[in-house]
Structures are given as C-alpha cells and as structure tokens.
Design a protein around this ligand. Structure first.
Ligand SMILES: [Zn+2]
Length: 680
C-alpha cells in the first residue's frame, strides 16, 4: 500500500481516541482518496467492490469493538468526536430546562458508571411493580398499553402516522410485533448459525429473568415458555417480504370492530381514549395476527405474561443499567447477533444514546458548526440536476404509456426535498433530563417521544418534520409526503472537507447512492403505488404496472442468486425496493453527471477519468466490511442487501459501467443483454 494511502486512510480510520483530529494537516494537496484505495490486483470485471475499495478494507480490519467497519463508521467516528466537544462544552450552570442543561446532565449522568452500578435495576422498579400487580388478562392488556408509553414494545406495534390513503390526516396504526429476536424468520430458519442464535436467545431470556429477580430453576423453565410464546407470535406474523405490499397491509376498521372481530380481550376504544385518542377508525396492518394474539392471550398463564413483560422491559433498558445488565445486553445483542468482540468505550455509547434521546439538540449545534450554507446549496442543486435527469429518462422509456408517463412527471415535479437540516427545530422544552439516573433519562426520552407522537393525532399533518437527525449517516424517502430527506451527515466524506470532494466523486457518492437512490424510492415497487400527494392510489395503467412487475422480476431473480453466506441467499423480493433504488440512483447519476462541466472537460484526477470517478464514488459509499454475524442478521431481517452486493448487483446491469472499466463479456460483472434489468 502506498504511503500516501496510509496517511489518508489513517485519517479516516480514526480509532477510539476522543481527542483525535480527523483531518490531517498537510500543507499542500491531500492524496486522492478514490485512486489510492483501489486494489489493482483485482480485476474490476471480476469483483468491482474489492477492486474499488480493496486497499482500504485490507488495511483496516474491523476493530474488536465494532461489528462492521467502513466509510459509514469513519463518518460516525468523526461525528462522535465533534459531539464530544459539544458535550464537554455544555455549561454546568446552564438554566434549568435549557438545551445546555439537558446536554450537560445527560452527558455527566450517562458517564457516571459508579452511580449506575449503585442503582442496579432500581430505575426500572416502577415498571416492574406495575407488571407484578397483574392478576388478570385484562390487567396484562392494560400493562401492555401502559409500558408502550415507557418505551417498551410488547405484544403488538402501535404508532400514530399519516394515513396511507389520506396523507393529510394522522391515523392510528396497529401492527404485528412483540418479538424479542430481530425478525420472524429467526424463530424458524434452519440454517446452523440461526439455530445457534435461538439457543443463545434462550440463554439470554434466562439471564434477563435472573437479573429481574427469578431463581435459577424458575428462570430456566420460564425462558422456554417465553420462547414458545414468542414463537407463536412469530408464527402469526407475516414474512419480511409480505410486509412490503402497502395495500395488503392496510385494513381500516372501527376500534369497536377491531375489538369484536379480532381481539375481544382488548377494548381498543377504551385504551385509545386513555391516550386521548378517539379515532373513528384504526389502520390494522395484519388482522390475522391480532386474531392469533387473542387466542394466545387466552391460552397463556398470567405468570408467564408477567415474565414476558419483565423481559421486554429489561431488554429495552439494560444498556443503561449496571454492569451485569450491560454485559448481558452486550453478550447477546452485540456478540451473538453482531460478532463484536469488545464493548465500545462508555463515552461512545453515551453519545450514541444521547443521539436517540435528544438528537435534534445536538443536530442544531452540529450543523451550525459543520455544515456551511455552501454545502446545503451544493446538494440542493444536485437534487435538481437528478430530478431533471429522471424526467428525461421517463420521456425516453419505450415500455411506459404516455398516460402513465404524464402522471410520473407530475409526481416527480412535486417531489419535495429536505436538505441538511430542518427549517424548524424540535421543541424539547417538556422533556425532563436530569441527574437521577442514565436509565431514567432514557425512559423520560421515550415517554416524551411517545407523547409527542400521540399529540399529532387530530392535528394537521406537519410536513416540515424530520424523522432523522442532521447528524445521521443515512437518508430516507417518505411516500406519504412524497419527499426525500437528506441529513447533512449523509454527504460527509471522512477526512475531507466538502469543498475537497470533486464533482464526479460527489455525483457518485452523495448523488447516485443517496439522492438518486431516495428519489427512485418514489418509483420502486412500493413507492410507485403512492401518488404525488402521498396517497395510495392506482395511477399506473394496468398494462404499465404489469410491465413494471415483469422488469422488476429480473432484479428479484438476480439478487436471489447471491449467497453472501453458505446456505443463506439474499431475499430478492424483500430487498427489491432497495435494489431498484440503487440501480435507479446510478442511472439518474450518469445522466445528471454527463451534463456537468467536469464530465465534459474529461479531465483526469488521480489518473481516473470523470466517469470512472463517478462509479468509484458510488462504490466507496458502500465501502464496508461486515462480520458474518452481521451478514446473517441482515440477510434475515433487513430489506437492504449487504453493502458489497449493492455495488456488484446494480452495476452489473449498466453498460456505461462496462465501458468505463473495460468489463468484458463473460466476466462476473457483465451480463448478457437479455439478462439485464431495464426499468428506468
Ligand atoms: Zn433505500
């Protein structure tokens, strides 16, 4: 590996030292990141992922305290050290209730390990007391609603959000839920690694029960019963791919009908009105799940239900308790499920949980200090370049009728963009953050978030809201708002200032992999079912919808054939929307980039042509290596394909890519013309 590569890579692979400065101070030019990490020993036509990112991945193996390592982690590492400064500067004498006081108290209390040890699990006492008082099924149902407020999800999922068929209205949604493992398939998949996870989960349940006060014998017997109970919930749950059909998962019913037809044991009207909700209808995701839940509630002993709630409560809060609770959370969630070897230092864990609790307070400071107006303008302009590119691509499609094209244009033209950070910041004034305990602060934050969600019911939809903080290394498309939401951190390249990222790099990295990706979500297998106003409606002609599905089926087949772990293939159906979005993002990126000055100039940087840099910019956005445990979990529970295949899959369908890297017929990255995906 060239020395220059080591210098730059070191700057982006920053380790655990809080005071580390991530931008290397070198007078003169920094080495070109895209070219120095290429592994020339790999043929790009054989494995473009390893070619484009290979040297970095070889030089920086996954650290013991991580379950995966790559560009996202490097961005997060930089972010953490920025947020550390913010925390360290929060004033001790801040006005009670102010943002500064919240940051200060959250930070100091979170880092007070001795206090957490002294308190043990007592911060959960009020929750356990309420659970212990259960004596009837009715009490158990009451508790399942009550602990939702406290940030503990059990039995089913609940949220207030936009009505899929009427996006101007907030609706009450109830869905399948209540599982302790990440997804339904974990309870049934026969692959050896998954079977091992089930055995470890049983042990996990047993340890949690003991931590909650059960004797060894009781804990062993109860753990098995809880596992059986959850397996029944899982059996009643729909598969990951079946949750992606928005129409099949939408059943509007009156609360009284949900009670009488599905769950006579749950008086929805009463429980919702306890939350000051009086909806005329509830959107039930999976009615058959609730029928099974009813049977299960009737057939389960009160004692077991109590143990189940205790376990769910402890599982939700153990990362913020004493050492034995933290250790067990680490053992199961981070070691068994993620392959991590050592626990992250406490200060990192505290900053991460602070992001969950009061993320927009930190976000406001973060963008003020680190996201200049020039960057906001740059990416807003790239969004517009991509929008125009999409319009031109729609015009050129030979399979879509003029009627559907006209409506696609309309949807595209009113697609809303949110870039960097919200115009209006969240008001945390009612949230209490104090010095009582780390766990109490997390409970308070959950309660506040729940109340905040409930308060939206019955009010006009606030379309200015953000569901991600500006410092999140991610982005999303919300079909109900027909909007793409692009947090400031999603544009970040570790070790580089935004002004140091050249146009080709930016068009591939932030452009294709994020902006174009999110934009295409509006037209993927799921997003395309929503119109421009964010309502589920059939705006495609029947014939066009059929043609779309036939073309998408090629993508499903391609991804089903990838096997990242022996015996576990990618779920082509469950990951279809993401794979279409990746593929579309690259196509829009190519079209938009071809209109830029740097493409037209043909000027090489680091020995690479502009179009090569564009594709490398895309590939580096997925520069990540994952432990097998993470791969397994992802293959079973995530609608995103693992990072490597998000490079291999979409690019193998794109002729411009073949041309840029001289990919030859017969090579793995090349597909015969009749086997390529052709949608957008
Ligand atoms: Zn996506």
């Amino acid at each position: 590996m060239p020395t220059a590569a080591l210098i730059l890579a070191a700057s982006i692979a920053v380790g655990g030292h809080p005071a580390h400065r991530t931008v290397d101070v070198h007078k003169g030019k920094k080495p070109d990141l895209l070219s120095i990490i290429i592994d020339k020993s790999v043929d790009p036509g054989v494995d473009f992922f390893s070619y484009s990112n290979g040297l970095w991945i070889k030089a920086y193996p996954i650290p013991p305290s991580e379950s995966s390592w790559g560009i996202g982690n490097a961005v997060i590492t930089e972010l953490r050290s920025k947020l550390l400064t913010v925390n360290q500067h929060a004033s001790k004498n801040a006005k009670p209730g102010s943002d500064d006081q919240k940051v200060h108290d959250f930070w100091t209390t979170g880092n007070d390990e001795a206090k957490a040890e002294r308190l043990g699990i007592t911060p959960l006492r009020p929750l356990f007391d309420r659970i212990d008082a259960i004596s009837t099924v009715q009490d158990a149902v009451d508790v399942s609603f009550w602990i939702q407020n406290q940030g503990v999800s059990s039995l089913f999922s609940f949220y207030v959000g936009q009505d899929e068929k009427s996006s101007d209205v907030m609706a009450v949604h109830v869905q399948q839920g209540g599982l302790g493992l990440p997804e339904r398939d974990f309870y049934f998949n026969s692959e050896a690694g998954v079977a091992k996870i089930r055995a470890e989960y049983l042990k996990h349940l047993e340890i949690l029960l003991k931590l909650a006060g059960d004797s060894d014998e009781t804990a062993t017997a109860k753990a098995t019963s809880i596992m059986n109970f959850e397996t029944s919930l899982a059996k009643a749950s729909r598969k990951l791919e079946d949750l992606r059909d928005p129409i099949a998962n939408y059943h509007k019913m009156t609360p009284d009908d949900v009670t009488s037809k599905l769950t006579p044991s749950i008086d929805w009207q009463k429980h919702l009105s306890d939350w000051h909700l009086n909806p005329s209808a509830v959107v039930v995701g999976q009615p058959e799940f609730f029928s099974s839940l009813e049977a299960l509630l009737k057939g389960t002993s009160i004692d077991l239900l109590k143990s189940y709630f205790r376990v769910r409560t402890l599982a939700a809060y153990s990362p913020y308790l004493n050492k034995s609770a933290v250790d067990e959370d680490f053992r199961f969630n981070h070691t068994v499920l993620s392959g991590q070897k050592t626990l992250k230092p406490r200060w990192k864990r505290v900053i991460d949980s602070e992001g969950e609790a009061i993320g927009f307070i930190l976000g406001r400071i973060f963008v003020r200090d680190y996201f200049p107006p020039a960057s906001k303008k740059r990416y807003a302009d790239i969004v517009e370049a991509f929008r125009q590119a999409y319009g031109r691509r729609i015009d050129k499609l030979d399979w879509m009728s003029p009627a559907t094209k006209a409506k696609a244009h309309l949807k595209l033209s009113i697609l809303h963009k949110k870039v960097g950070y919200p115009d209006k910041w969240k008001d945390y004034s009612k949230l209490e953050i104090g010095t009582e305990s780390y766990c109490q602060n997390m409970i308070n934050a959950s309660k506040w978030a729940f109340e905040d969600m409930l308060s939206k019911f019955g009010k006009p939809v606030d379309r200015n809201e953000w569901d991600m903080t500006p410092q999140t290394y991610n982005a999303y498309y919300n079909p109900s708002n027909n909007e793409i939401v692009l947090p400031a951190a999603s544009f970040a390249v570790p070790g580089l200032l935004d002004s140091e990222v050249d146009e080709a790099f930016a068009y591939g990295y932030a452009g294709a992999s994020t902006i174009g990706h999110e934009m295409t979500h509006g037209f993927d297998d799921e997003g395309r079912q929503y119109d421009g106003k964010g309502n589920l409606s059939e705006w495609w002609t029947k014939d066009d919808a059929k043609k779309f599905q036939n073309r998408a089926a090629v993508m499903i087949k391609q991804f089903n054939s990838y096997q990242p772990l022996p015996g576990l293939h990618i779920n082509g159906k469950a990951s279809l929307g993401e794979n279409i979005a990746d593929y579309g993002g690259i196509l829009l990126g190519i079209d938009a980039f071809k209109r830029t000055a740097s493409y037209k100039s043909g000027k090489k940087i680091g020995g690479l042509t502009p179009i090569q840099r564009f594709f490398l910019g895309y590939a580096i956005s997925w520069m990540t290596e994952e432990r097998p445990e993470v791969l397994r979990r992802q293959l079973l529970s995530d609608v995103h394909a693992p990072a490597k295949w998000r490079v291999l899959g979409p690019l193998s369908n794109i002729p411009e890519f073949y041309k840029a890297f001289h990919i030859k017929p017969g090579q793995p990255m090349w597909r015969p013309e009749n086997q390529r995906v052709r949608i957008w």
